[in-house]
Design a protein around this ligand. Structure first.
Ligand SMILES: [Zn+2]
Length: 389
């Protein structure tokens, strides 16, 4: 049994408690939250605030070896061109070593659960051993219809291998611009069978430009790569490709949403009640130098979660850095709301809220200490760091 306290405890399901004391059983389960008691010598007290473990709702752990490999501000078409050249720049054992390092790094920073995109089985053994819970989305993309059967088979083989290892895993779609019709509809059905999908949405304005007006940088991208079965422009926003006809019960993580409009958001929220707008602010600044319309999402009461994306488009895999980026740019977002995005909302998006996300009794959410908080304004500062306790 452990009793821990700090300047404030943020349980997430209720308001912050000044000098609250969190009691944690030996098996990691939350036993209770009570008021501070001066005479209790068993309490470990920390300067700062304590919140449940972070849920990183979007990551590509297998790209960890690409830190600093791709320059900033390439735009998404430039970025994809670089990734396809560099993905296998290191040999498999070096790639695994980088992934192991950052798995450990994420845990020490307070990340307890991750929604992770994989294109291969590179990270599966380490996920099985990890202190972090991963849900792995095995992604597929191709604008070449003749490859569809091969890609579907390969995707299923990777999922089956993960299942045999006992990791949490499902199939998913990459993005509206990167899939021919046949692969898109087959993968959509597969993901819907699992009841969860993660999808890169409106990461660039060119994605809307292409689908709505048949213009923008994707035209050159498709011709440079000689893609025989590129998706056709529809005259409608790119978000419609997925959501015009989506299963109503599937949990949907829409990732990035950097160029999502108010109309898109209205449409999406009417198409499904299970959307989590998964934002990766540092990655957006890295690739497109643009941030998603966070005020708009808040006005619409849209559910927001936070992801780090991969080290190919970020300088770190740190949730606190993502939260700082939000609070630096959107000062009206209060700390309790930010932490809700980084904990409970991510847990709900991945369907693991019974275990993670809040300090409710019986959960095993992990505990994170965040220090160097401005407790007067209750804000993160540039010096704030996080660690698992
Ligand atoms: Zn991604």
């Amino acid at each position: 049994m452990r009793k821990i306290s700090a300047d404030y405890i943020f349980p997430i399901h209720t308001q912050p408690v000044k000098n609250g004391v969190l009691t944690i059983a030996d098996d990691g389960k939350i036993a209770g939250l009570s008021a501070f008691c001066e005479n209790d010598n068993d309490i470990e007290f920390y300067d700062g605030i304590i919140c449940p473990g972070f849920v990183n709702a979007h990551c590509h752990l297998e790209l960890s070896h690409l830190k600093n490999a791709i320059p900033e501000h390439t735009g998404i078409t430039g970025f994809i061109t670089e990734i396809s050249k560099l993905r296998n720049i290191a040999d498999r054992s070096e790639q695994i070593k980088s992934a192991e390092f950052y798995d450990n790094f994420m845990y020490n920073q307070g990340i307890v659960a991750v929604g992770d995109i994989s294109n291969s089985d590179l990270t599966f053994e380490l996920k099985k051993q990890s202190k972090i819970f991963y849900h792995t989305f095995v992604e597929a993309f191709s604008c070449n219809e003749s490859e569809t059967d091969k890609i579907l088979k390969n995707n299923q083989a990777i999922v089956d291998f993960g299942k045999r290892l006992g990791i949490s895993i499902s199939s998913t779609l990459h993005a509206p611009y990167s899939m021919c019709d046949k692969l898109f509809s087959e993968m959509k059905l597969r993901a819907e069978k699992y009841g969860i999908l993660s999808y890169h949405n409106q990461e660039t304005q060119d994605e809307n430009e292409y689908f709505e007006n048949n213009s923008g940088k994707f035209l050159k991208f498709y011709s440079d790569f000689a893609m025989p079965n590129k998706p056709l422009p529809t005259g409608k926003s790119s978000i419609r490709r997925l959501l015009d006809d989506v299963d109503k019960n599937t949990k949907i993580l829409l990732v990035h949403n950097t160029f999502t409009t108010e109309n898109d958001c209205d449409f999406a929220m009417s198409a499904s009640k299970h959307i989590t707008w998964t934002l990766c602010p540092k990655s957006n600044l890295y690739i497109e130098n643009h941030l998603p319309p966070i005020e708009m999402f808040r006005r619409k009461n849209a559910k927001i979660a936070i992801g780090t994306d991969s080290l190919s488009s970020n300088t770190n895999l740190s949730m606190i850095d993502e939260l700082l980026t939000v609070s630096d740019n959107f000062e009206t977002v209060e700390l309790n709301e930010l932490l809700t995005w980084a904990t409970l909302n991510g847990a709900e998006a991945l369907g693991v809220e019974k275990k993670f996300g809040t300090f409710e009794q019986g959960k095993t959410p992990g505990t994170v200490l965040i220090d160097n908080i401005n407790t007067k304004k209750m804000m993160l500062t540039k010096k704030s760091t996080s660690k698992i306790l």
